[in-house]
Ligand binder design. Structure first.
Ligand SMILES: [Zn+2]
Length: 389
């Protein structure tokens, strides 16, 4: 007898090459085997004070989209927010969260990366001071319930048919995108409505949201109304790029500007820091496997470090005033595809009082991905100037 008709009750997998039988003859699924923590219980204690508290005002565009998300939610429609980097996507969903929270509905906000979840949780907790806003990620699973749960996509398996409103940001990002199990957990965690958000939505998601009963909302303006810095290609031989980058970094640091030096791999990140740190003090390296990652990023944010050599793990989510970005080996297309380069460029110039900044692509050749990223940013900026002008 076959297992063709078996559907994994946890992740929905039907592919029998992922199914096995244990000694007792019971079927198990290898796709979701590693997701074995306890499921979340229903949240029985709802906070009543779900008033949104913001110390700043939304832009006209943000208000318009915020209203539209509320209308869609009330009409039972899912939404995709397609917004350029730095457009202030998070602010747009606060209104619909407030509405859902006031109605006692279960809210969640999922992102692929832990760093981003931590930062987001801080922002949402201060926007809704009267509710229980819970942070859940791989290192923090003792408390699973709350009025608004901010979690990594890896933790969604604990929440089956759970959320009345789930916002999922950076759905185009690793490790979420293209991961069958994570995508499946996300869909299965929602019993109400989904709001997807992305600066660079994958074609299949754009297609899905073009269908009846769903809507794509576009936000082209950065919240402070300034254009995204257009990256510049700096031709440089591979072996001298770390030194070339250190030369640029020193100039920025002298102007009091913090610098990110992006490298394609963890090995390259550590190597590059070893090469340049004797000449350039006040920096550190950080990547996904660095044990003191959180402290280093914190020190950088607080201005105690002047530059960071990093992998693209920091491409999203970290916002620092006056930041400049140097991308070393930008022509390594396996790492630096168009979307990643656009995301990195969007790190720069995000603060209202410091909207300018440089993004330099150090590379031996100007790749299609690099040209594509420049074109996309120019297009966004054109749309912005048309709107203003
Ligand atoms: Zn499964």
């Amino acid at each position: 007898m076959g297992v063709e008709t078996y559907v994994c009750p946890r992740c929905g997998n039907q592919d029998e090459s992922f199914l096995g039988r244990n000694k007792q003859g019971r079927i198990y699924c290898r796709r979701c085997l590693s997701f074995n923590g306890s499921p979340a219980k229903p949240n029985l204690v709802r906070s009543l004070d779900s008033v949104l508290s913001l110390s700043y005002e939304l832009s006209e565009d943000q208000k318009r989209l915020s209203r539209r998300l509320i209308e869609n939610f009330l009409a039972g429609r899912d939404s995709l927010v397609h917004a350029v980097c730095g457009a202030g996507k998070t602010e747009i969903v606060l209104g619909v969260f407030e509405l859902a929270l006031r109605r006692g509905l279960q809210c969640g906000f999922a992102v692929p990366r832990r760093d981003v979840a931590i930062e987001l949780h801080g922002r949402l907790a201060s926007a809704f001071p009267g509710i229980r806003c819970t942070l859940v990620h791989g290192g923090r699973t003792n408390e699973l319930t709350g009025d608004l749960i901010v979690l990594t996509t890896h933790q969604l398996y604990r929440y089956e048919q759970y959320f009345d409103l789930l916002v999922a940001d950076e759905i185009d990002a690793f490790p979420y995108r293209g991961d069958f199990v994570l995508e499946s957990f996300l869909r299965r965690s929602v019993r109400g409505r989904i709001v997807f958000m992305s600066a660079t939505p994958p074609p299949e998601v754009l297609q899905e949201f073009s269908e009846e009963g769903r809507e794509i909302l576009r936000l082209d303006t950065r919240f402070h109304g300034h254009p995204i810095p257009v990256p510049r290609f700096v031709e440089s031989l591979s072996i001298v790029q770390p030194f070339h980058a250190a030369y640029f970094a020193r100039r920025y640091i002298r102007q009091g500007k913090p610098v990110f030096l992006f490298t394609p791999t963890i090995g390259e990140c550590e190597r590059c820091y070893r090469l340049i740190s004797p000449f350039l003090s006040g920096g550190a390296f950080v990547h996904s496997e660095h044990p003191e990652r959180t402290r280093i990023i914190h020190d950088f944010r607080e201005g105690r470090l002047r530059y960071l050599v990093t992998t693209s793990v920091l491409e999203r989510g970290v916002t620092v005033k006056g930041l400049q970005a140097l991308i070393i080996h930008a022509d390594q297309e396996a790492i630096y595809d168009r979307a990643t380069l656009v995301q990195i460029s969007g790190r720069v110039g995000r603060k209202k009082d410091e909207p300018q900044g440089d993004v330099l692509f150090l590379a031996e050749r100007n790749t299609e991905a690099m040209k594509g990223a420049v074109d996309e940013i120019k297009k966004s900026n054109e749309a912005l100037s048309h709107m203003r002008g």
